[in-house]
Design a protein around this ligand. Sequence first.
Ligand code: XMP
Length: 515
Amino acid sequence: MNANEEKVLILDFGSQYNQLIARRVREIGIYCELKPFSMPFEKIQGFGPMAIILSGGPSSVYDEKSPKIDTRIFEMGIPVLGICYGAQLMAYTLGGKVVPADSLANREYGRTETEFDTNSSLFGNISSKSITWMSHGDSVERIPDGFKAIAHSAGCPFAGFENTAKNFYAVQFHPEVKHTEEGFEILRTFLMDIAGAKAQWSMANYKLTAIEQIKAKVGDGKALLALSGGVDSSVAAALMSQAIGEKLTCVFVDHGLLRKDEGDQVEEIFSNYPVKFVRVNAQKHFMDKLAGVTEPERKRKIIGEEFIRVFEAEAKKIGAVDFLVQGTIYPDVIESGMGSNAAVIKSHHNVGGLPDYVDFKEIIEPLRNLFKDEVRQLGRELGLPEYLVSRQPFPGPGLAIRVIGEITEEKLAILRDADWIFRSEVEAAKVPEASQYFAVLTNTKSVGVMGDGRTYDYTLALRCVSTSDFMTATFTRIPYDVLEKVSHRIVNEVPHINRIVYDITAKPPATVEWE
Ligand code: XMP
């Protein structure tokens, strides 16, 4: 099998760690996709996996409604690895016995000392004893015929079992979680030694394959992309442009709410690419619409709606297109597939509403199989500058939600300069774990003294958070000398700021943004 055709299918039974399984498989160098457990068998066959992983999940095989599996996957002749619920399901489906949690005194949760049979196929490359991460109620009490027990812990006699004749493997713990000390090696052994993967999937290969696929799909058609200057839409634009050149038009709506120099940087980069690049200077339009508006949700709504209007007007000039390109990435796809019902805390402005307004036949989402760090890697392969590909998240409504209260040109100018100083100093100091950092111009004025005179000027807030998923976050412990330098520079270099505070709240209860 060509290394680029090697694919692993992960069937999703709902565990919170599922994205991590996919991450690890890709880190090993094999392309994989996470699909719902209910994927029809014909589709599974059509996908052509070289191995299947059954993920963990919160269910019990004994619940009537618990997710089950099409047993024909065990007749495909390919290696299968069950993890946690996936292991129990494999045992149950193939004739073993699983006992429910309430009949067991010893449920296991957390770091667990586990012993391994290092003569087994699955654990041949690890030590005989190490820590695994357990998180289960039900347990396997009897393994199916043909299987052999290959790992145990104090509370779990069948922490691992295998049937090498059939190439079926199962682990009760979570090898994808970093707390399982040798988990990565276990997954690597399964995929490379057992399933025989060459594991040469790389972003350079991915780029070439993606370009060929896009070329074949677009043919002589025309495509349109809304470029925001963020990582995803920029990488999508660069990829599309290398595939179809001037058949792609990128429309960059500059709403005037970007950070210092950002609009010009986007223009400079993409005017060097072989695409039709249109920058719409809609700064005044947005300022007019936002005049006098102070309420955060109103600001977001106005910006979202106006964005679509301006884009639509521009798209009309171009006429009908065949394809609309969107920078959707894999985590968005997984989230929507699982029907995430997370409460809408703020109405996020993205270009997701566009399809209704633009005349096109089909959507292309060239990044829909990539994780964020893979998107950045692809951007590097495509030759985008580092400052763009490593950009931190930036909200669609931009600085409008970082100027508290009414937005004016003057306030935006103050914020841009102060924010730029703060960001450059955090970067220069290489502050560890700073995931997102920016300045907020509050609408509080206070008394200060400068030279011999009394001042009455704005308070600026600095926000820097550490987080891996932006759902929760802590404030970053920026060293005092860095904060001192930032404060000194801002009050000296940016007029109208006479007081600076550092935001020391976590999320929750605060959000990352102030509005
Ligand atoms: P919050 O403030 O909700 O932010 O804790 C979490 C992350 O989301 C970003 N954010 C947005 N992104 N449109 C976006 O595209 C928005 O309206 C928006 N609001 C917040 C925020 O910067 C942080 O990374």
